[in-house]
Design a protein around this ligand. Structure first.
Ligand SMILES: Nc1ncnc2c1ncn2[C@@H]1O[C@H](COP(=O)(O)OP(=O)(O)OP(=O)(O)O)[C@@H](O)[C@H]1O
Length: 316
């Protein structure tokens, strides 16, 4: 269990985390989402005592991280996979960590095998690829078989097999009753892994809810309707609380009425309908909707001007 109360971190005039209160519960996977610079890593670093809060408190399994006598058994964290002694082998890195908690060598071998590092365990960690480094970071987090796991971007750089493995691992650990808190920018992955989401933007909590509630609550459910009589059906459906949009020929996207109501209105007015499909909101859509006012670093949109040099090259 992780409990943050009014947790804040300021760097001079910059507010990295602006007084957040949340609980990460055991027995489920909690995803931590937010735009670049939103405060995810700073929050995670404060949980494990790497950054000192400016104000507020955060505890893991009931105590501040620094007050635990056996921190590796309490909380395993992957925060920066590059934070290893580069000339040390993966095996020796884990062995050194294990020695601090009297963890037997058998467990070092176990986590090496679990994370698929067996063939490179005796190689210099400094020469590892991004993905192998991530695997070593995850192995370090698992070493003490902790009750709470904190994984900052664990699938970053992993191959598809590794991504699937992290997903199954997170679910498995949550199934054992552990607290699993992980961040990712990969929405489709988060949608398949997390039970609960905490969304942060500009250092403030934007949402803290089960994933199903976030998907259901952010946007009105839409129905895609295909009809040759777009204009007439739009007029018939338009009304209070009903929004009708048209994205392509013979297609309407309608919100505010369900499929049954649309079918009835079409039938009563003899309008032919080819298709009625309830559209489900993806986590990506829900995320964009939630964070639209909290994005600090905006990317340039692709337009014809931006694409011009590419088009010019192609034309050569
Ligand atoms: N040591 C520091 N000194 C000054 N500012 C910092 C420091 N660490 C973080 N910040 C700032 O605090 C804000 C939050 O950063 P943080 O790394 O927590 O965001 P994040 O949500 O993890 O972002 P990303 O998704 O890009 O990893 C950013 O504006 C960042 O520039």
């Amino acid at each position: 269990m992780i409990e943050a109360v009014n947790l804040a971190k300021h760097y001079g005039a910059k507010t990295a985390v602006g007084g957040v209160t949340f609980t990460v519960k055991p027995g489920m996977v909690t995803g931590f989402l937010g735009p670049n610079g939103a405060g995810k890593s700073t929050t995670m670093r404060m949980i494990v005592g790497l950054d000192k809060p400016t104000s507020g408190t955060v505890t893991v399994n009931g105590k501040r991280y620094v007050d635990h006598h056996d921190p590796l058994h309490q909380v395993g964290a992957l925060l920066d996979a590059k934070a290893v002694h580069t000339s040390r082998s993966a095996y020796n890195h884990l062995l050194a960590m294990a020695a601090t908690h009297n963890i037997p060598t058998k467990r070092v071998n176990e986590v090496i095998e679990m994370t698929g590092l067996t063939s490179v365990a005796k190689k210099r960690a400094g020469g590892f690829s991004l993905g192998m480094g991530q695997r070593l970071g995850i192995a370090s987090a698992l070493l003490g078989d902790p009750q709470t796991l904190i994984l900052d971007e664990p699938v970053n750089g992993l191959d598809p097999e590794g991504v699937l493995w992290v997903r199954n691992l997170a679910k498995h650990l949550a199934g054992l009753g552990k607290t699993v808190f992980l961040s990712s920018h990969l929405m489709s992955e988060m949608a398949q892994t997390a039970d609960h989401l905490i969304v942060i933007g500009r250092g403030q909590i934007i949402a803290d809810a089960p994933i199903a509630q976030i998907l259901a609550g952010t946007q009105q459910a839409k129905v895609r309707v295909r009809t040759p009589d777009v204009t007439r059906l739009s007029q018939l459906l338009s009304g209070e609380g009903v929004l009708v949009g048209s994205s392509e020929n013979e297609t309407l996207e309608v919100s505010g009425v369900n499929t049954h109501q649309i079918a009835r209105i079409a039938l009563e007015n003899s309008v032919l309908v080819y298709e009625l499909t309830p559209l489900t909101t993806t986590l990506e859509e829900a995320y964009f909707d939630l964070t639209k006012d909290a994005v600090e670093y905006h990317s340039q949109e692709f337009n014809n001007a931006a694409a011009a040099p590419v088009a010019a090259l192609k034309g050569r």
